[in-house]
Design a protein around this ligand. Structure first.
Ligand code: SIN
Length: 400
């Protein structure tokens, strides 16, 4: 990780010299924390825009942690619609391409990695959350912005939502068009993200995704498509918008996150293995050779054979979570309702009074409430760092 506090003039010079690597293939930058060097091409207009900006010396401090993605991506030929490389420009370069940031925040940058987000791993989530937890203890830091590829953005953001134990804003931001493409969305998204992270209004809103002028809770955000405007929250709606006057909030999340999170990563470096699978007509359920501690099944209702397979899996101590395929259902689990979750213990083996060998009850399944299967998997991974009791894990799913 490199960390630097930006001197504005030097950065304007830097971004003016930032851009394209002369290669045709759309490839990813393979090594975390090793941004590739870039060849020279002028960034039109940035120098002139920088000259017009009056930096605010009293603005809140915001730390921008860059991880890669299209927001740091360059196109093979600037301004074309051709192939591009995600994770190429550095944190310094992408912040310098938006001189207007200095009006709203004093920016510090850190290069956490520089990869396409398909290369982001759960171990990287843990390191990133730990880094943010440490940074936010600084009294002089208002908030953190994480720049990230959009392919896995919602997953990293949700992991941070569960594990960053601070009330300060953390904003995850990406772009759907590379920095040197026609009409890139990264610069305006970054400006909105920084304005949000610097805003006192964003305190106690948890980890947010800010893109296309929308402020979304990380819990609900999801990538619907690969065009600008492609991030949405389904039925749950946005927390607010970034308007010309700055971030405007209309709603705040009320489930557990941030300071009220019980998940402490201090002694965690790797997350328990959790597999993800789908149910479908005629399905018989999946078995795994990877020895997972948990399995998430995306389903609207399982076949009898799937039920039998996952019941047998539960009997071996694997925690099985079902998540409604759309991520939009809330039935089951008892979360948010007026009673505790029903303990769905399978008692079929104990119903009659005929003397039989005593069979241990099958541990209950867990129901994910209004979470997509990929997010249910992340919550299960985090929950399994604390407990493997399915009733306790149901409580966690009901609260987060
Ligand atoms: C990535 O996820 O790294 C590439 C795609 C994107 O950022 O939009």
């Amino acid at each position: 990780m490199n960390r630097s506090v930006r001197p504005t003039v030097a950065l304007v010079a830097l971004v003016a010299g930032a851009c394209v690597r002369p290669s045709a293939a759309p490839v990813v930058t393979p090594s975390p924390a090793a941004p590739a060097p870039v060849a020279s091409a002028p960034a039109a207009g940035v120098v002139a825009r920088a000259a017009a900006v009056v930096p605010n010396p009293n603005a809140p401090k915001v730390l921008v942690i860059a991880t890669g993605g299209t927001i740091a991506g360059v196109q093979d030929a600037p301004g074309t619609l051709g192939g591009y490389r995600a994770g190429t420009l550095t944190a310094e370069q992408i912040t310098a391409s938006v001189p207007e940031l200095a009006r709203y925040a004093r920016i510090e940058t850190e290069q956490f990695s520089n990869v396409a987000s398909t290369l982001v791993t759960p171990e990287m989530w843990v390191k990133l959350a730990k880094r943010i937890n440490v940074a936010l203890q600084r009294g002089d830091l208002a908030g953190v912005v994480v720049t990230h590829g959009t392919d896995r953005l919602e997953e990293t953001a949700f992991f941070l939502y569960l594990t960053v134990r601070s009330n300060k804003p953390v904003v995850v931001v990406g772009a759907q068009r590379p920095a040197t493409g026609i009409s890139p969305d990264g610069p305006i998204n970054l400006l909105s993200a920084v304005r949000t992270a610097a805003s006192p209004r964003a305190v106690q809103k948890g980890v947010m995704v800010v893109m296309d002028d929308r402020i979304l809770s990380a819990r609900e955000s999801r990538k619907l498509y690969q065009r600008t405007g492609g991030f949405d929250t389904g039925d749950m709606g946005m927390l607010g918008v970034v308007a010309s006057q700055g971030p405007e909030f209309f709603f705040a999340p009320v489930r557990r996150f941030g300071e009220r999170s019980e998940f402490d990563l201090d002694r965690v470096d790797t997350l328990p293995k959790v597999e993800l699978t789908m149910s479908y007509p005629g399905g018989t359920g999946q078995t795994f050779t990877t020895n997972p501690k948990g399995v998430v099944v995306a389903t609207t209702g399982m076949t009898a054979a799937e039920n039998a397979t996952y019941r047998a899996l539960r009997q071996t101590g694997v925690v099985v979570v079902t998540s409604f395929t759309s991520g939009e259902n809330v039935n089951g689990g008892g979360g948010g309702g007026d009673g505790p979750p029903p303990a769905r213990v399978d008692t079929a083996a104990r119903r009659d009074s005929v003397a039989r060998p005593v069979v241990a009850p099958v541990p209950p399944g867990v129901v994910a409430l209004h979470l997509t299967a990929t997010k249910a998997r992340i919550l299960l991974m985090v929950a399994l760092t604390k407990t493997n009791d399915p009733r306790e894990i149901q409580r966690i799913f009901n609260e987060y």
